[in-house]
Design a protein around this ligand. Structure first.
Ligand SMILES: Nc1ncnc2c1ncn2[C@@H]1O[C@H](COP(=O)(O)OP(=O)(O)O)[C@@H](O)[C@H]1O
Length: 209
């Protein structure tokens, strides 16, 4: 059974690769960032609680996100899964590995992209309001999704200043997970600067072995 975590800096292409892996393996998938943004949009109690963290580009507290993932995982114990953007701290990774209410991942896919390239992506990144696809626009006048013609919108947390705070958190708190999973022999380190097709090709080859 496959239990995969996908880690990487903001705008490294986690969401895009996540959709492709999901199509390939047909496993339940949880994107923690997406889940949190949905809660904020719906104005739920949880949404109100996390809104400020997301707007500041800060990680939400471990205890809070761990409870959400635990509840999600409890319903999917038999099927394997794919996590996009979780774990993001050593405490989250360690709990996933050894706390009985979680399940240990079998593989950690890490996308590696230099900061200057990520900043360029942030400037041109849009999300389709209808199908949820992430697209890169070549000019700010590009308003509709190529796939479904839905409206392209900027994510509220996608401005450069917010990105830089998220990136600083990422460097300090998430990047150490590369070594953590390497030491466990679970790391697949992928050059995320390549095209989405080429990145997926590397992942696909590994998953097909
Ligand atoms: N595992 C997590 N731990 C803490 N905060 C999280 C976690 N996953 C998502 N978040 C919050 O959701 C925000 C958006 O996450 P995400 O959509 O994955 O985008 P990005 O990777 O570009 O930051 C993060 O900046 C953070 O505030």
């Amino acid at each position: 059974m496959r239990r995969i975590v996908l880690i990487g800096p903001p705008a490294s292409g986690k969401g895009t690769q996540c959709r492709r892996i999901q199509n390939l393996l047909d496993v339940p998938t949880l994107g923690t960032g997406k889940l949190l943004r949905k809660e904020v949009e719906s104005g739920s109690k949880l949404g109100l609680e996390v809104e400020d963290y997301l707007n500041r580009g800060a990680y939400v507290p471990d205890a809070l996100i761990m409870e959400l993932v635990k509840a999600w995982m409890a319903k999917r114990s038999e099927s394997g899964w794919l996590l996009d953007g979780y774990p993001r701290t050593l405490a989250q990774a360690e709990a996933l590995e050894s706390d009985a209410s979680f399940q240990a991942p079998t593989l950690a896919i890490a996308l590696d992209v230099p900061q200057h390239e990520l900043e360029q992506r942030i400037i041109s990144r849009r999300e389709c309001a209808d199908c949820g696809a992430t697209v890169s626009v070549s000019s700010p006048d590009e308003l509709n999704c190529n796939d479904c013609n839905g409206e392209l919108v900027s994510r509220s947390d996608d401005d450069l200043e917010n990105f830089r705070r998220r990136y600083a958190n990422y460097s300090e708190l998430t990047q150490p997970l590369f070594d953590y999973y390497a030491a466990k022999g679970k790391l697949l380190l992928v050059n995320g600067s390549a095209s989405p097709e080429d990145v997926f090709c590397v992942i696909n080859n590994h998953l097909s072995e």
